[in-house]
Design a protein around this ligand. Structure first.
Ligand SMILES: *Cc1c(COP(=O)(O)O)cnc(C)c1O
Length: 395
């Protein structure tokens, strides 16, 4: 049995994406800045991809900047808003405690450079309260950055509401939409999003390529200086093959979005129902307002890392939280922010289903998790104490 249930960490590249990239790794290898034919053909492919990507989020092609991925787009968006803000003496940024580290660590760095950062804790269902966000905006706020959907617990934020608040208050609004693009319908105009980050490998495109949407009129600051690529805002010879594959993957994802979402939502429900039968367990994040393929659980008396290793032995690839924190002993900042205590947060499991998941696979996962949880609890002194009435169950 081999089941890949870690699609929030990365996805398998689709055949469509692979086919779209191959010509630019073989015959059409020209540099898009070159004036001869194979250069110009690469340039055309780049601009075609820009139009495809733009239309997927209702943006204009000249509002799309290709990057090396989601992290770079997050860094550039936040840095740009900080530079613009600092010029006007505005050095306050509002964000949330459940952001990806690409956002949180950029904010930490800005804090050291003299910015003031307000991180909002979400409601215990993992969703940010818009009224709290509105109250946190000050006269010197230069940016609000709130992720579209969380990479660990899958919760979907009220982005349209937040966008409207930011527009009314005249503050730039950036969203890390890496988990949402290609999975949820996004309309940057309707949702009043000023900047948005995305990454191809989260929607069946290749790794190492992504994009930043920045509304017309926003002066981006460069992270990388050099040539005049991407209208002078991101130097370096373009990743033509990666960009072409990203556009193809995104078009495919958008075309099949509603059908995929319906199927995955049903499988998600089946998985949640199955895992809920395990005693002293709890779903993390809102049961409804979550990504179609995301299931995140905490099991009391379990150590997440052991759970993952034993599931791996059974052929199931899963995660304890984000790929970035595994290997560290700190519990997930997201689980702590929604109020899980340390011991419980350590016993977390994130299963993120891909579009090709089946009901049979879901049933196999449920069976395997049940087995492994009861095996680990059987060996755990903490669990024995709890069962003997020493200490209290939290879940
Ligand atoms: C994966 C991810 C990123 C980072 O994207 P990369 O392309 O891997 O740099 C940023 N934010 C979120 C929410 C993610 O899930």
């Amino acid at each position: 049995m081999k089941i890949y249930a870690d699609n929030a960490a990365t996805t398998k590249m689709s055949k469509t994406a692979l086919d779209a990239m191959l010509p630019f790794l073989t015959e059409i290898y020209g540099n898009p800045s070159s004036l001869y034919e194979i250069g110009q053909r690469a340039k055309e492919a780049l601009e075609e991809a820009r139009a495809t990507v733009a239309s997927a989020i209702n943006a204009e092609p000249n509002e799309i900047y290709f990057t090396s991925g989601g992290s770079e787009a997050d860094n550039q968006a936040i840095r740009s808003a900080a530079v613009i803000g600092a010029r006007k003496g505005k050095k306050h940024i509002v964000s949330t405690a459940i952001e990806h580290h690409a956002v949180l660590h950029t904010l930490k760095k800005l804090e050291k450079e003299g910015f003031e950062i307000t991180l909002l804790d979400p409601h215990e269902n993992g969703i940010v309260r818009p009224e709290e966000l509105a109250a946190a905006i000050r006269d010197d706020t230069c940016l609000v950055t709130v992720m579209y959907a969380n990479n660990e617990i899958g919760t979907i934020q009220p982005i349209g509401e937040i966008g409207a608040i930011c527009k009314e208050r005249g503050v730039y609004f950036h969203t890390d939409a890496v988990q949402a693009v290609g999975h949820l319908p996004i309309d940057v105009k309707k949702e009043k999003i000023y900047m948005l980050s995305a990454s191809a490998h989260k929607f069946h495109g290749p790794k190492g390529v992504g994009f930043l949407y920045a509304r017309k009129g926003i002066l981006l600051s460069n992270l990388i200086e050099g040539g005049a690529q991407e209208r002078g805002k991101r130097a370096g010879t373009e990743n033509v093959a990666g960009v072409a594959a990203m556009a193809a993957a995104l078009k495919e994802a958008v075309d099949n979005m509603s059908a995929n979402a319906a199927r995955l939502t049903a499988l998600r429900g089946r998985l949640i129902d199955g895992l809920s039968q395990i005693p002293h367990s709890a779903l993390n994040g809102d049961a409804e307002k979550r990504l179609p393929g995301n299931v995140s659980f905490c099991f009391e008396g379990i150590e997440g890392e052991s759970l993952l290793l034993l599931l791996d032995d059974k052929g199931i690839s899963a995660s304890s939280g984000s790929a970035c924190t595994s290997g560290s002993l700190d519990p997930s900042h997201v689980l702590l922010a929604i109020g899980r205590v340390h011991d419980v947060a350590h016993g977390s499991l994130r299963l993120t289903l891909g579009e090709d998941a089946t009901a049979e696979q879901v049933d196999d996962i449920i069976e395997a998790v049940k087995e492994v949880v009861s095996y680990l609890r059987g060996m755990s002194p903490v669990w024995r104490d709890l069962m003997n009435g020493k200490g209290r169950f939290i879940l």
